[in-house]
Design a protein around this ligand. Structure first.
Ligand SMILES: [Zn+2]
Length: 152
């Protein structure tokens, strides 16, 4: 690769989202939730959107959800992402809360076969998967396999 710019990596130490990356490193999908009323706080604001409570706990989730929306990126706007294009950017609704939507990347899928509402499940993979090892485990998603076979 001739590009000198690094692959764009998240700041694992960024306070509001650091627990997401720490959980992913343990192959857990966790999001923050209000201890008072149980409303999820994603993307984290540090206080509950429903009751304004400030006691927020990170809880492990099932990792299951449904596809809300997506875009197939054929030409990466950021050059370091070119090796993984075409890729699918997606918004997933988590099973635990229909109002919580998680921005992610869909892997192990046929972009032509995607449809709104299709079941998806978390897959823990290197963020650069499959083109570039970054050493950062990310909660990516894939269509739920009906036969239990891992295609990713
Ligand atoms: Zn609350």
């Amino acid at each position: 690769m001739t590009d000198s710019k690094p692959f764009p990596l998240p700041d694992l130490g960024h306070g509001p989202t650091a627990p997401l990356w720490a959980a992913a490193a343990r192959n857990e999908f966790a999001l923050p939730r209000c201890e008072t009323c149980g409303t999820f706080d994603w993307y984290p604001k540090g206080h509950c959107r429903k009751c304004n409570g400030e006691k927020i706990e990170w809880v492990p989730l099932s990792g299951r959800g449904t596809l809300f929306s997506w875009a197939v990126v054929k030409r990466a706007l950021h050059k370091p992402l070119a090796p993984i294009a075409p890729y699918v950017s997606a918004i997933v609704v988590i099973d635990e809360d229909r109002l919580t939507r998680f921005v992610t990347r869909l892997i192990a899928c046929d972009p032509q076969a995607l449809h709104a509402g299709m079941p998806v499940e978390v897959r823990f993979a290197d963020l650069g998967y499959p083109a570039l090892e970054t050493g950062i485990v990310a909660p990516l998603f894939a269509p739920t396999t009906t036969n239990g076979r891992d295609e990713g």
